[in-house]
Design a protein around this ligand. Structure first.
Ligand SMILES: Cc1cc2nc3c(=O)[nH]c(=O)nc-3n(C[C@H](O)[C@H](O)[C@H](O)COP(=O)(O)OP(=O)(O)OC[C@H]3O[C@@H](n4cnc5c(N)ncnc54)[C@H](O)[C@@H]3O)c2cc1C
Length: 327
């Protein structure tokens, strides 16, 4: 563990020019104790980053930026389940490959999501009808406030749609994540895009999901992006039915009676698909994906975000909520 100056331009998916005066990798609680002491000495807050696929980086960090280097994987059979524990630095899709190899089932709907294992609980990653919270057993964290390790159970994480306890408690550094998987292949294909698929085994299901994603989403290597930029709006039955402008839109009624709308459809209907201000705008391939196409920084992203939100509000009376995080 060594604190160094680091260029982070290649470490964020939007490719925004970014530097950290103080940066260090860490592996485990001992490193974090030392880094916490160093941060105090230089009077800086600690900022954890993963693969930078859901974050908007500043030009210069005034914090001590830290990144896990733990890519470990271990497994334990408990009754009919397999508990797989992975280090925070492991790439999520590498964990999917590991589980496919071992014939451990349950994660296929989440195949192809970029980023690290350590960041997955932060926004409770989800896709094609499954969320991380459906499979998560526990999270091992280091609490920077108490300087102690703490194990959070699934319910301790207070998961909901793209949300968890970690978003409002940045002092909790995720060290390892444990998932509860099964050796039985029971594919969940109820989500619209998967309805007509007939996966034969977990490996085949993962391949199907990856192919669907590749066909739909702009490739970050061609168009730097951080995935969905806005969350799908969720509102009460009353709010939905009292707004005439929403009645022609697609919606899904959730188990709790609330209505979930499609942010992509709303953005497209507001004329924002493919719209750009300078080098920042919404992809012409997928209206929910913000892309940066050349020289720009976080302030250009924020400028576009504000205009998109205002346009949607003027057109539909809906307040869009951003998914990625400004660091
Ligand atoms: C093309 C594309 C498609 C995507 N598709 C999906 C999708 O289908 N579903 C979905 O849910 N998301 C999707 N995303 C978003 C992204 O993949 C996830 O949010 C992912 O979990 C981010 O991982 P990361 O390592 O890049 O995190 P970062 O962007 O580096 O960090 C995200 C947040 O997590 C925090 N964090 C990171 N590591 C830790 C840690 N060890 N402990 C505590 N906090 C930590 C950071 O401080 C930050 O607040 C997509 C992104 C892209 C670019």
């Amino acid at each position: 563990m060594k604190i160094i100056k680091q260029n982070l331009t290649a470490a964020n998916n939007l490719g925004l020019e970014s530097k950290a005066q103080f940066f260090s990798f860490f592996n485990g609680s001992d490193d974090l104790c030392k880094l916490h002491a160093e941060a105090k000495k230089i009077d800086a807050h600690v900022q954890i980053i993963g693969a930078g696929t859901n974050t908007i980086f500043p030009r210069a960090f005034d914090k001590l930026v830290i990144k896990s280097s733990d890519k470990s994987i271990s497994e334990k059979k408990v009754k009919n389940n397999i508990l797989v524990t992975a280090g925070a630095a492991l790439i999520w899709d590498d964990l999917i490959d590991f589980c496919v190899e071992k014939k451990y089932c349950g994660l296929a709907n989440l195949a192809g999501i970029p980023g690290t294992v350590g960041a997955a609980p932060v926004q409770n990653i989800g896709a094609y009808g499954v969320e991380l919270s459906d499979l998560l057993e526990e999270v091992l964290c280091f609490d920077l406030k108490t300087q102690k390790e703490v194990v959070l159970s699934n319910s301790d994480c207070v998961f909901s749609y793209r949300s968890s306890i970690f978003q409002s408690n940045p002092h909790l550094i995720i060290l390892q994540v444990t998932l509860k998987l099964s050796s039985e292949f029971k594919p969940l294909t109820t989500y619209k895009d998967l309805e007509n698929t007939n996966p034969t085994d977990e490996a085949n299901f993962v391949q199907i999901v990856r192919e669907i994603r590749d066909a739909k989403l702009p490739n970050p290597t061609d168009f730097p992006n951080i995935g969905s930029f806005f969350k799908n709006p969720i509102m009460s039955d009353k709010d939905f039915h009292s707004n005439d402008k929403l009645q022609s839109l697609n919606f899904q009624v959730l188990d709790d009676g609330n209505y979930k709308l499609s942010a992509a459809q709303i953005l497209e209907a507001s004329g924002l698909k493919g719209a750009m201000i300078g080098n920042v705008g919404m992809s012409s391939k997928h209206s929910l994906v913000l892309i940066c196409n050349g020289l720009c920084d976080a302030s250009n992203v924020k400028n576009f975000e504000d205009l998109a939100k205002k346009t949607v509000h003027d057109n539909f009376g809906v307040i869009l909520e951003r998914e990625p995080i400004y660091l």
